[in-house]
Design a protein around this ligand. Sequence first.
Ligand code: FES
Ligand SMILES: [Fe+2]
Length: 410
Amino acid sequence: MTNAEERQAVQSTGGHTGRPHADRAGLPAWSYFSAELLEAEKDALFRRHWQVICHASDIPAPGDFITCDIVGDRALILRDGQGAIRAFHNLCRHRGSRVLGDERGNCRNSIICPFHGWVYNLDGTLRQAAQPGSLPDLDPVEWGLKPLESEVWNGFVFVRFQPGPQPPVAALMARWEAELSQYRLDRLLPDGKGVWSDEVRVNWKCIRDVDNEGYHVPMAHPGLDDLFGRNYFDEPFREGTARSYSRFRPGDGRLWSVRNYKKILPEVDGLDADHRRAWLYLGVFPNFVFGIYPDSVIFYQEFPVEVGRTIQRGACYRRPDEDRRLRAARYLSGRIDRITSREDEMLTQWTWEAAFSSAYDGVILSDLETGVKSYHDALRGVFPVLTGPEPAPGTLLARNAALCDAAAAK
Ligand code: FES
Ligand SMILES: [Fe+2]
């Protein structure tokens, strides 16, 4: 069934798509608290898939940098003296210290390790070790900072810590390029508040599960319901990305933020009729989302720390042509988003707790939770072990590899 046909089947008939119960069961409870699975996820998902770190406009001047820790790896993104964006492991070649300790800043024309003072050029090459007479001759390239695979797509800077199955970011996102071109994402500017991050005490997949469907919007998000009503529609994950689109519902809006947002939001230059009064979300496997609004663009993502500890991180960007009215609209869309996030926090917590209940025996997904189902399918593609009971301690990786081999041989 194509996306359009699926949407038609769900929305116009009100009937389900005929999937059996087994196909609606979600992930097993053990997948939310298995430490062995979490370590496997860190490697197969987080180190080997593209991660968005920032926008090029966050680091406009030579020496500007941003750092970001993800599942034990440390990324350093900086603007070099020629204006190019470079990405390195934030790992001194001497004894592994961070070479830049702050989350953002400007390091002028060199990077000086705070431990013993080795100095690196902005292209990552080693300029000089401290007291070089105490060391053998060190080749500046061989002993330079280790480069990190990176790509700039529509202004957004992505890194990947280890080689992985995804194509280049431009190819991964290619099917959205025509729709996105009208937003001129490459010209976005930071909102001035920087990148935010928070720690939450849940398994990371609980956040994704709540975020991947709009079925809960009419009940759990009065603000979003006021803004879109039932116009919210999730398309399933396909080849690593998913789209959700929601056109504003007609009328003024009952809630203060929504009423004023609808009133103030101008017709933004360059946006077509389908996008002037709509919010668009693009989900990227395994862990982040772009929220693309007429007035602003956000991203948010999760990284696991431990089974029940997760870092959430994100940022908001404004249009370069922002006037006072558009700025007010951006303030209001941010307010609606903040309220929505607070509402989701509780749902995420309760979903996480459910996996520990002695009565929990899985879920049943509605056709309007196709975003969750297709996301779980993508996870099961990497971890076919998720289709069965928890493997005996110490056997998860071998069991999963055997299942992957069996699937490949079919
Ligand atoms: S660890 Fe960086 S200079 Fe020693
Ligand atoms: Fe939600």
